[in-house]
Ligand binder design. Structure first.
Ligand code: FAD
Length: 674
């Protein structure tokens, strides 16, 4: 095996690093040959035994700088940390130098790893080294022949493959590379989802999102059943439940999709450590985002791009994202059977301690997601003309945008499939909008924010964040509560908050309005509080995207034109002069005349009485005077900007220093939204 410690040590000094001749991210060996997943699994197992904390990869040992990047990505994913800058380290290394190093390293490690002893047998390693050395002169067919000789020998020494496919997001069968990897060479497939008590709490996840999740699990279970498999729902902490079942079911390989969220990284690192201790191979795939976020950062000089423009420049270097992978076969390997599956069904809301039923009109599940995608994209003219922020935020019967966000959040829809379908349409339509305003542009916003969130320290809080403006927000509990409970006295704001409470989804511009109102616009309450409310109540509540947009709207990061404030009175009126949206979500105002529907406190007492809505009794008076507070808040924002700028210098990462906060590219909507 090739030891590339000198390179990796520079990146992650406290780790023992061993790497093997394959590219874990792509499953590709020796450029052009597909590495059999069985062989991949074997190599991963070997490495994990040698080095329980880390799985590494290299691209055929051919180009060490690529190798170092790839390895560092794996390290970052597993450790939840961020590798230091990695591009350009190490020159390309000729294959002929690599073979001997590989063999020597394998021999050196063989005594501590019985599995490796097999791999040091001349037949295997000669073939491998030969392949390395003759890489260029071999036809693809010839190369594949060599891989074929590599696979059987190690496999003969392996226990039968029992895969555990751990669903978290990615609740789908289409475009699911982890599923494909899990079934390769597997005798058994156990598909599980773990109801982690960390999430399953009414104060953390509202009933609408949990219901959406349970519907998605039920749908996934049906699709798996149709292929002779099943979804088993575990209840408890993944760190406890997974080791229990992999021991009970004789699991030898664990497969899951990479999740870059803060909590997920820590959890996954712990699970990987436990798997290594138990001798269970771990295999992960990137499929929740269009690109591997680490690769995006690597192409940006080691730090995440912090403007959309810089992000687009990186995408231009990376080329189009990978295509969706093939659907799984019609029959999947069997898992546990009979009485063993009892107690692993999809629970009801009540079983999980949720007394209320869901009220959202949006349903979860891959089948619903695919049908919605087909429906939304059936009008190709609409797709080609899609332009955000144009679109009516008050349209609630037929929303102005796709409402695919909850499906993208839970992965009941693959973003790569969405992207590929959009590309097909755009090829047909010569005239179409472009990023950042097009639908492809919306997917790029998602990607951009995922990347920034995954690789910026303290992204989800003001304190310690290198990109967040330090603003002394007011600690006004009454203001926050009034906003959260839809009783600010501004019907446009309260109606949006009621849509959030009842449906768990609102149009992007509606989100803008309430986020601006809570923070710099009117109430001067911290974006973190509003973010938490959204996180609890949105069906698409997604930590990276949610925090990123709150940072934007509060002019804390990415966007800093704090003098542009949404009016809680005139903004909605432009789209919905009769106030249909307000009447629907705030029935107490349903009989208020059009003239007063956005400002009921200005209605004469007789009009209020006729409308059966006395302001101050049936509906609250405005909590603040928008005109006065928004002016005062602009001054406060100006002062805060002048005083603080960003977090303590210590926390400022090199990348964030280079890339100025606030983009020239404009925001997701605000530029033209006023
Ligand atoms: P479409 O316009 O149809 O866009 C398609 C997809 O692109 C969306 O489903 C979404 O995945 C992505 N997308 C669109 N806009 C954005 C954006 N600004 N940032 C990142 N991705 C985007 N979106 C979430 O998915 N989860 C959240 O928790 C979330 N919180 C938000 C909080 C605030 C304060 C604001 C202003 C926006 C938030 N958004 C969030 C972004 C955006 O409002 C929603 O993604 C969008 O409204 C979802 O509706 P759609 O699927 O019809 O979007």
């Amino acid at each position: 095996m090739l030891v590339i410690e000198p390179y990796i040590r520079e990146l992650v000094p406290d780790l023992i690093i061993v790497s093997a001749g394959f590219d874990a991210a792509e499953g590709d060996l020796l450029g052009g040959m597909r590495l059999s997943p069985a062989c991949y699994g074997f190599m991963t197992a070997t490495i994990m035994r040698l080095c329980p904390r880390v799985v590494l990869a290299l691209e055929g040992g051919y180009n060490v700088s690529v190798t170092a990047e790839c390895a560092a990505e794996c390290v970052a994913v597993l450790l939840g940390g961020k590798p230091r800058a990695m591009s350009g380290r190490g020159a390309a290394r000729p294959a002929k130098e690599v073979g001997p190093v590989l063999t020597a390293a394998a021999a050196a490690h063989a005594p501590t790893c019985p599995a490796l002893a097999t791999m040091t047998k001349p037949s295997t390693w000669d073939a491998y080294c030969l392949a390395l050395q003759t890489r260029r002169s071999l036809s693809v067919r010839g190369r594949n022949a060599i891989v074929d000789t590599l696979v059987p020998l190690p496999l003969a020494n392996m226990a039968p493959l029992h895969s555990l496919l751990w669903f978290r997001k990615g609740l789908r069968l289409h475009d699911n590379p982890s599923l494909l990897r899990a079934i390769e060479g597997a005798e058994r497939l156990h598909a599980v989802f773990c109801l982690d008590p960390w999430f399953i709490r009414p104060e953390a996840v509202g009933v609408n999102r949990l219901s959406f999740l349970l519907e998605s699990l039920a749908d996934l279970h049906s699709s798996l059943q149709a292929r002779g498999s099943a979804l088993l729902v575990l209840r408890g902490k993944p760190e406890e439940e997974l080791p229990r079942v992999w021991q009970e079911w004789g699991v030898t390989r664990l497969c899951f999709e990479v999740d870059t969220e803060e909590y997920a990284r820590t959890r996954d690192l712990r699970v990987c450590e436990l798997a290594a201790q138990a001798g269970v191979d771990v295999s992960t795939c990137v499929s929740h985002t269009l690109y591997n976020v680490e690769q995006v950062a690597a192409r940006n000089g080691g730090s995440p791009p912090l403007t959309y423009k810089a992000f687009e420049a990186v995408l231009a270097k990376l080329g189009p994202p990978p295509l969706p992978v093939a659907d799984p076969p019609a029959r999947l390997p069997p898992g546990v059977a009979g009485s063993e599956v009892i107690g692993y069904g999809v629970p009801t809301l009540a079983e999980l301690g949720y007394p209320l039923q869901a009220t959202t009109v949006f349903k979860g599940g891959e089948s619903v997601a695919l049908a919605r995608l087909a429906d939304q994209l059936s009008d190709k003219g609409w797709v080609a003309a899609f332009e955000k922020p144009k679109g009516d935020p008050s349209a609630f019967i037929k929303p102005a945008t796709t409402v695919l966000s909850p499906h993208l959040k839970f992965g009941t829809l693959s973003c790569r499939l969405f992207y590929a379908r959009l590309q097909q349409i755009l090829l047909e339509k010569k005239q179409h909008t472009k990023p950042p305003v097009s639908l492809v542009g919306q997917l790029f916003w998602r990607e951009f924010f995922y990347c920034a969130a995954a690789l910026t320290p303290n992204f989800h809080r003001m304190e310690g964040s290198p990109i967040c403006r330090q603003i002394p927000w007011d600690d006004n509990e009454e203001f926050y509560r009034a906003w959260d409970e839809a009783r600010t006295g501004y019907p446009w704001i309260d109606a949006i908050m009621m849509q959030l409470r009842t449906q768990g989804w609102m149009h992007h511009l509606a989100r803008h309005c309430v986020a601006c109102f809570l923070t710099r616009g009117d109430l001067y309450v911290s974006w973190e509080r509003g973010r938490d409310t959204f996180d609890r109540l949105l069906i698409d509540g997604d930590p990276s995207i949610n925090s990123a947009n709150w940072l934007w709207l509060s002019a804390s990061a990415f966007f800093h034109q704090f003098h542009r404030v949404y009016s809680p009175i005139t903004f909605g009126k432009k789209y919905d002069p009769h106030g249909k949206y307000i009447r629907h979500f705030l029935p107490v105002l349903k009989d208020m005349p059009d003239k007063y529907i956005y400002e009921p406190w200005t209605a004469p007492p007789a009009v209020q009485a006729a409308a059966k809505c006395i302001v101050g009794t049936d509906y609250p008076r405005p909590i603040v005077d928008h005109a006065a507070v928004s002016r005062a808040n602009m001054v406060r924002m100006k002062d805060a900007y002048a005083a603080g700028r960003v977090a303590s210098a210590k926390a400022v990462i090199a990348g964030a220093k280079r890339a100025p906060v606030g983009g020239a590219a404009g925001g997701p909507a605000l530029k033209r939204a006023r």
